[in-house]
Design a protein around this ligand. Structure first.
Ligand SMILES: NC(=O)c1ccc[n+]([C@@H]2O[C@H](COP(=O)([O-])OP(=O)(O)OC[C@H]3O[C@@H](n4cnc5c(N)ncnc54)[C@H](OP(=O)(O)O)[C@@H]3O)[C@@H](O)[C@H]2O)c1
Length: 251
């Protein structure tokens, strides 16, 4: 894979052994790009890629089925994974199946909100429940979940998108809370939420019109940014929400 395809990502750093990585949501735009970058990294020994539909396996790549709405599939995935050094959660939901981001409180719909919370907050929390115990007790390990800047309460100046915003804010709180518990048994671990920028994927397709030139990242570029950001973080950063450019965002 050439450097332009790798988006400038030069490989994971800081691990003291070949990395076993798990990607959840590996069929999505950003999740598949992260998976490709990890597979091309000589420091990564194995990638376990989970999605709702079975992906093709390849050298270094094991695949499995996982639905965030079915905790049993998460438990089975964790069992299959064994000890892992990096968990990257790239799932998320903004629209689809009758769900549209709400412009006003008039559009609030309990079922849509429940689904947004299920996918964006509860599902990743269950991934943490089953996979954080799989991180090694000593040495660098990373749990990263893609959140969104719009989940930042302090940064909310535009309003709208109630369900998605609130679910991502809940995810940020879950990551923060898990980071505190994780540090008690795994002091070298990092547990963070990430904002990928605006990325050209199915999730952002209907909302790309107003995006400034050069600010709509190809998935490969966003994935490279996110893995590079992780390289620069230490356990002291655990619990934070970090943007694609390394900026720490307010909760
Ligand atoms: N794209 C952006 O501009 C942008 C901006 C800010 C934040 N984000 C966040 O970035 C993350 C990745 O999104 P993306 O842009 O790569 O969008 P995407 O291509 O739509 O990927 C989202 C993935 O989530 C998976 N998913 C949804 N519900 C699931 C469930 N119940 N169980 C398991 N997987 C499920 C989807 O699986 P299926 O393929 O099976 O539906 C899909 O693979 C999300 O957390 C999103 O909120 C994206």
């Amino acid at each position: 894979m050439g450097d332009s395809v790798r988006g400038g990502f030069a490989g994971l750093t800081g691990f003291d052994r070949p990395v076993r990585a798990v990607v959840i949501g590996a069929g999505g735009g950003i999740g598949s790009a992260v998976t490709r970058l990890l597979l091309a990294d000589p420091g990564v020994a194995e990638v376990l890629a989970f999605a709702r539909r079975r992906l093709e396996s390849a050298p270094k790549l094991q695949t499995g089925i996982l639905d965030l709405a079915d905790e049993g599939t998460i438990a089975v995935a964790a069992e299959a994974a064994g000890t892992v050094d990096l968990v990257f959660v790239a799932t998320g939901l903004l629209h689809g199946d009758g769900i549209q981001p709400e412009k006003s409180w008039r559009s609030l719909d309990p079922q849509a909100m429940a689904t947004l919370f299920q996918v964006n907050a509860i599902g990743p929390a269950l991934v943490a429940k089953h996979l954080l115990p799989r991180l090694p007790r000593r040495g660098r390990s990373v749990f990263a979940a893609i959140s969104a800047k719009v989940g930042s309460i302090g940064d909310n100046r535009l309003g709208g998108w109630y369900g998605y915003r609130a679910a991502k804010a809940a995810l940020n709180q879950i990551v923060r809370t898990a980071s505190i518990e994780l540090a008690r048994t795994r002091p070298d671990a990092l547990c963070v939420a990430l904002h990928p920028g605006t990325v050209d994927t199915d999730l952002s397709k209907p909302f790309q019109a107003g995006v400034a030139d050069g600010r709509l990242f190809p998935p490969e570029v966003s994935a490279a940014h996110l893995l590079t950001v992780l390289n620069g973080l230490t356990p002291a950063d655990s619990g934070g929400l970090f943007a694609w450019n390394g900026e720490r965002l307010p909760y």
